[in-house]
Design a protein around this ligand. Structure first.
Ligand SMILES: Cc1cc2nc3c(=O)[nH]c(=O)nc-3n(C[C@H](O)[C@H](O)[C@H](O)COP(=O)(O)OP(=O)(O)OC[C@H]3O[C@@H](n4cnc5c(N)ncnc54)[C@H](O)[C@@H]3O)c2cc1C
Length: 350
């Protein structure tokens, strides 16, 4: 399900406990991994979990999923298979602005409907996607919602009618629907092509990954827009809106002196906004090297020390992905975000 599906591996999905557009209804990686063969830091090979849904003893599988490769390396993975749904329907709903689109999302979820996916793109994303894939969004489109429903024919039909009537309360510019796979693919084309398309607006973008309570969408997006205006950097907003997972993408030019430092600072500010709104530092991309310095936004030194004890329990001697996730200094500041990303190399901003 991750949008990086063509490039990523299941091992990487496990390390990051990845999600994607459909995790609103289906959950994230940990909900689909039953067991895995792992190599521990001392070179020994063992299994965490197995082929069944529940496994006796501590849930070492659950602890390892999302540990960003710091506890063990997964070498075989048993996943839970799901039936292909009888019907899948995709709806594209176009609004004037993100505020109205966000209210429609709240309306849908508030009505007790949990679609398989609710994705949102703002006007910068629409502009880029339109130029790249000619998605045919109407003039004046300020926000696009992609809603996907799947399941039994009858329930999909009933829920799509309900969603349409909720969306109509917010005066959409257009509603399109498709059940045919090719037509559905066309509706998804703008969303799936948007990250590459951002290259039409700026040479680089830095995609931030934070999650907020869905009820705070309007307020947080307003704060991000204010930050964009204050800083002079355009921020394109792409959201897994159903579960409040934001991907504000800061547009910049790494050849301009100071741009990289500035956008990293803006990214940190966005994460602070997310945490202050009751959200979290990451929706699906993890912490890695990039967000170590922001860990104290959410966790106390005691919290982090407690989490670090896991490495001792796994006896990793910090040989597996050393230096990742936790700030390494007592003051949590010795690995600067800029240095961390510089280590990864220019261009690695997504
Ligand atoms: C364009 C784009 C879109 C993206 N969209 C999404 C999205 O929708 N949802 C989402 O969750 N993420 C997304 N991501 C982030 C990323 O692709 C995912 O987190 C993905 O799961 C990482 O998998 P990978 O194979 O690329 O891992 P890598 O980037 O190669 O590695 C990530 C980490 O996992 C560790 N690792 C890799 N394999 C193993 C293993 N077998 N055992 C233990 N540790 C391991 C590595 O050491 C590293 O620390 C996106 C990224 C890009 C570039």
């Amino acid at each position: 399900d991750p949008s990086s599906q063509r490039a990523c591996t299941i091992g990487g999905n496990i390390a990051e406990n990845s999600g994607g557009p459909h995790c609103l209804a289906y959950g994230v990686t940990t909900n689909h991994v039953l067991g895995m063969e792992v190599v521990l830091a001392d070179g020994s090979i063992t299994w965490f979990g197995g082929k069944g849904r529940d496994y006796p003893g501590n849930d070492l599988r659950g602890i390892t999923v999302g540990s960003e490769g710091t506890l063990a390396i997964a070498t075989k993975i048993v996943v839970r298979l799901l039936r292909i749904p009888e019907t899948t329907k995709t709806m594209l709903v176009v609004f004037d602005d993100v505020e109205t689109a966000s209210s429609a999302v709240t309306g849908i979820i508030g009505a007790g409907i949990v679609p398989a996916a609710i994705e949102m793109m703002d006007h910068f994303c629409i502009e880029a996607a339109e130029a790249a894939v000619n998605a045919g969004y109407p003039e004046g489109a300020g926000a696009v919602l992609l809603v996907e429903l799947d399941g039994l024919n009858e329930s999909v039909e009933e829920e799509s009618e309900e969603i349409e009537s909720i969306c109509r309360e917010f005066s959409p510019l257009e509603i399109r629907e498709a059940t045919d796979p090719e037509e559905r693919e066309k509706l998804w084309a703008g969303r799936k092509g948007v990250l590459g398309a951002l290259g039409r607006l700026a040479p680089n973008y830095y995609l931030v990954d934070g999650t907020i309570p869905r009820t705070k969408l309007v307020d947080v997006l307003r704060q991000i827009n204010e930050l964009s205006e204050r800083s002079g950097y355009k921020i394109a907003n792409l959201l897994h809106a159903g579960d409040g997972n934001l991907h504000p993408s800061i547009l910049f030019d790494e050849r301009k002196p100071g741009d990289t430092e500035n956008i990293l600072a803006i990214g940190a500010e966005i994460l602070k906004i997310c945490v202050d709104a009751g959200g979290v530092l990451s929706g699906e991309h993890g912490i890695g090297l990039e967000k170590q310095e922001q860990m104290p936004f959410m966790f106390t030194e005691e919290d982090m020390a407690a989490m670090t004890l896991l490495k001792i329990a796994f006896n990793t001697k910090d040989s597996l992905n050393p230096g990742k996730i936790f700030p390494t200094g007592a003051a949590c500041g010795d690995i600067s975000q800029a240095r961390a990303i510089a280590r990864v190399g220019p261009g690695a901003y997504i």
